[in-house]
Design a protein. Structure first.
Ligand code: NAD
Length: 328
């Protein structure tokens, strides 16, 4: 199959090329993000391979369907950036990589919690400047605290497994209870109890119309004073403007983000020589108790190998006319 790979970074090329080595697929790598204006690059290809910030809305799909591919192969678990209805009506099947390494995201989630709690990002800068003062670095024993997880699927459970090793009390909220979570001792509670009882809240639900701005001003108002909020799922689960108000009032004591609701124009690029135009994002960067990473929670060797392996497997199954089990 001829595959047009969009939003390619050097690591995508390395891992996908290795995974496809034993196949006869021809992979062509484009740095461009996929959207309505770049979709023509996929003319005459069999497959479009896309990542999390590619735009697979109706307009892009319509343009792709004119001359392009027979399959959309996402190299991500999340699929909130795809208009599935439009894909279906255009007869374009979509496959994804549902589980590549829940541990990669879970470990990054806990890294954000630990770094924020002990102010590692500030301590590192201070020590490099010769400032060995401890003022402003006071943390708490994570094991003595209650952590609330919203979404107890693969990643939520992987986070719970790590945190149970610290001795944390773990609350969970999900629209479906997961037996693996119950086995780990997670106590399922209503969402309002996650907000009201948790010292640390971590989001692991997908972005859907129901979860859009799940954390808004009214939810934040019911949280404990000084709550730590972590989001490694999708940016729009949090109303960022409301979170900024929560930070200014002190209601939110720590905010750790690997995702941001307007990340599409920012993340995965080196913008260090440019003036960032997003004032909301710029405001977030001014808080000493906010730690942001650029959608890197998945970024481990194991995860990239698994993503590449399963993406190529999805394409091979499609070429052979077999279901991969990863169809949306
Ligand atoms: P999963 O499907 O295994 O688990 C998601 C859970 O959320 C499920 O248990 C589901 O029932 C629950 N859920 C759905 N709607 C809900 C709602 N309205 N309220 C509460 N819970 C709800 O998915 P996963 O592998 O655990 O991934 C979770 C999310 O993590 C993905 O959707 C994706 O957006 C994000 N993700 C981020 C990265 C990253 O690099 N930052 C990498 C992979 C995945």
């Amino acid at each position: 199959m001829r595959v047009a790979v969009f939003s390619t970074k050097p690591y995508d090329k390395r891992f996908l090329t290795a995974a496809a080595a034993e196949t006869d697929h021809q992979l062509d790598f484009f740095e461009a993000r996929l959207d309505r204006t770049t979709a023509s690059l996929a003319d005459d290809y069999d497959v479009v391979c896309a990542f999390v910030n590619d735009d697979l809305g109706a307009a892009t799909l319509l343009r792709l369907a004119k001359t392009g591919p027979k399959l959309i192969a996402l190299r991500s678990a999340g699929f909130n950036h795809v208009d599935l209805e439009a894909a279906k009506s255009l007869g374009l099947p979509v496959v994804r990589v549902p589980a590549y390494s829940p541990d990669s995201v879970a470990e990054h989630t806990v890294a954000l919690m630990l770094a924020l709690n002990r102010r590692i990002h500030r301590a590192h800068n201070r020590v490099r400047e010769g400032n060995l003062s401890l003022d402003g670095l006071l943390g708490f024993d994570l094991g003595a605290r209650t952590v609330g997880l919203v979404g107890t699927g693969k990643i939520g459970v992987a986070v719970a497994r790590i945190l149970s090793g610290f001795g944390c009390r773990i609350l969970g909220y999900d629209v479906n209870e997961n037996p693996a979570a119950i086995e780990l001792g997670i106590e399922y509670v209503p969402l309002r109890d996650i907000w009201g009882r948790s010292d640390v809240i971590s989001l692991h639900a997908p972005l859907t119309p129901e979860t859009h701005h799940l954390v808004d001003a009214s939810a934040i108002a019911t949280m404990k004073d000084g709550v730590m909020l972590i989001n490694t799922s999708r940016g729009a689960l949090i109303d960022t403007a409301a979170a900024i108000e929560g930070l200014k009032s002190g209601k939110i004591g720590n905010l750790g983000l690997d995702v941001y609701e307007e990340e599409g124009d920012l993340f995965f690029e080196d913008l260090s020589d440019t003036v960032i135009q997003d004032d909301v994002f710029s405001r977030l960067l001014t808080f000493p108790n906010v730690l942001i990473t650029g959608h890197q929670a998945f970024f481990t060797v194991e995860a990239l190998e698994a993503i590449a392996h399963d993406t190529v497997g999805n394409i091979t199954a499609f070429a052979a006319g077999n279901p991969s089990g990863n169809e949306l």
